[in-house]
Design a protein around this ligand. Sequence first.
Ligand code: XMP
Length: 527
Amino acid sequence: MSRTLPAGIRPSKIVILDFGSQYTQVIARRVRECRVYSEILPHTATASEIKRSGAAGIILSGGPASVYGAKAPRVDRGVYRLGLPVLGICYGMQLLARDLGGAVEASAAREYGPGRLTVTRKNRLFAGLPKHLEVWNSHGDKVTRLPSGFAVIGTTENSKAAAIADAKRHFYGLQFHPEVSHTPRGSEVIENFVLGICGCRADWTPGSFIERTCAEIRGQVGDDRVVLGLSGGVDSSVAAALLHKAIGDQLTCIFVDNGVLRAGEREWVREIFGQHFHIDLRIIDASARFFRLLKGVTDPERKRKIIGNEFVRVFEQAAKSIARRRKSRPYRFLAQGTLYPDVIESVPIGGNPASLIKSHHNVGGLPKRMKFQLVEPLRQLFKDEVREVGLQLGLPREIVQRHPFPGPGLAVRILGEVTRARVRVLQEADAIVHDEMVSSGWYDRVWQSFAVLLPVRSVGVMGDERTFENTVALRVVESRDGMTADWVRLPGELLARISGRIINEVRGVNRVCYDISSKPPATIEWE
Ligand code: XMP
């Protein structure tokens, strides 16, 4: 997108070439924490592409391969002639050393886990840091002969060349991983590279992002109209606020009530986006259609398919009829809240978990046949950056800090048939969970917390009467990205309060269980 901008207002940029490390995205995050824009490219990117992208420096990521392996991923050697600073991390360092005439060998002792680096020579990469650093290692090979022009700047117990530099050409190599939290001062090393050595400006701020992106959106859509499916989740909400700032009434948001939303969701979205932001918001109550299709359906995958397909149909019809009523041309642009982790081109090098993230559920898969052009103003951002931008745009914290909510909604949290009556039971239980998590201060400390309605009825006693009612499961998990998760050890008193309130206040529930399974092997949602 930056191609549409004059060079003068482009942000400073670091390019990270990905060799398949599970930490590549973490490197990108660390660079951005220095307020410098970073972009991950596959290691196959050519030197001229990198030059054209306007990068001020290059980081070669780690990776699972061995540089002397037959299928070892390589880099276009032209990158070393661009005159740009290069930082090689782990595999990246070994590649840099080998490409420039050094030697790399398998070491007898694989270095894995914590280590202690001794800085042996004054240099810019470790400027302002102490002589000894706690570092995190994860490598089998090591550099045994330096390329000419290089000197050792740091050693560890097992590595004579744990950090190397050619200060003249601004080439640096680190055997350890500065990007991970187990290297406590690693962020400062990255900052020294990005700001000190590459000379980047720290201009990647939410404010500058908003300004630049609004200009880009206006450039892309001109005076055409844009439609956006607003779900009330973080991504579509921030996208809506950003587009509204950029193009005002040229934006129409469509909110589809599929009947399986959280309690009060529709009113909330109307209040925030319709009344507060004055966005042209169309609320479509399609719940009857969804319930009709879901009647008798108990298979989780079928539920998901039905809801996904029907959503597309409802959305499509709504967009057409709004345009017709306005007597205007059909919408040319469809906006989506796609984020950066969804667009990074993954490298198929031995088991990179980052590439798995891409295969995840995406409700954004909207009508291909509608021939929309896409507007994806958040496609450069990580989730926490989206949140910062949302706050800056004036969205309330309750929206910006919201837990993820699945596209098929409460339908995948109601095991068995989805009926209006069962949705109501779950909505009430879920509202209590939310309420208690927020008021106890736990909501912001966990990844997700919600209730699940089980197809299990059990015997209870209320007053003098025997009951035979529903069971609700409580699911509260912590996670970094939803790919793995662990159940949260909530205090007993909080669990007791949630359980007590659900059983007393929600008619039709007489038992609450706490889900103590981690992912894997369980998943976060129950269906
Ligand atoms: P699972 O259940 O696979 O969920 O462990 C991982 C994360 O993804 C969310 N999720 C979805 N998000 N559409 C979405 O937008 C979906 O269909 C969907 N299904 C699951 C889930 O809430 C969790 O955060």
